[in-house]
Design a protein around this ligand. Sequence first.
Ligand code: ZN
Length: 242
Amino acid sequence: MRVLLVADIHANLTALDAVIADAGPVDAVWCLGDTVGYGPRPNECSDWVAANASITVLGNHDAACLGRVDITEFNPAAQAATRWTAGNLSARTREWLASLPFQVVEGDLTLVHGSPRDPVWEYLLDAASANENFAYFDTRVCLVGHTHVPAVFARTRDGRGAVARPARADTAFELTARRCIVNPGSVGQPRDGDPRAAYAILDTAAGSLTPRRCDYDIAETQRQMAEAELPPVLSARLAYGL
Ligand code: ZN
């Protein structure tokens, strides 16, 4: 089965459309959360994910836009975007987001937004924090989002540590050799210095995962954000991928 893996779409419909076209035919879509927040098209992105993804988990921004979590720890721009999103969600989007689980186990894979230890809030940015999280899931592989940085953390051979492996675009890596935690990066707001949309293709038969990047019309998303009067700083960062 060829699975399109998306995370952190963040209401960036232009980026999502580019990813869908770039991915080509797939057998399934799985979404690792934060479908909304930051961007200008929360309902359109949610409608597509709700209709096409067989698995979707809840992200921290999704929860924030539902009023389920305290947003005082968000920076002012993120707070403003959360308030805008909360005020612009359709009843259908709100109901769909409210139905999403924090974690899903599918065969040999666990899917969460942040980390298996703390599915909503923890950021897995380095091998040390990834290492601590191997104790919190039972499957071979855990798929995460949240950091907006493509990453692979693999268990060391002795099963006691973790190492960061390169998550190079268009380079498939085996998911079967070691336990690992994988982040496909962000569709709608990449933060690794590469402004292109990030996603991954999972091949369940081959047991491999391929990180991918694709260009999208960043200026169009920025135009939509200006029209919605979303904070300019959130719009500007899209051009830099930071
Ligand atoms: Zn996010």
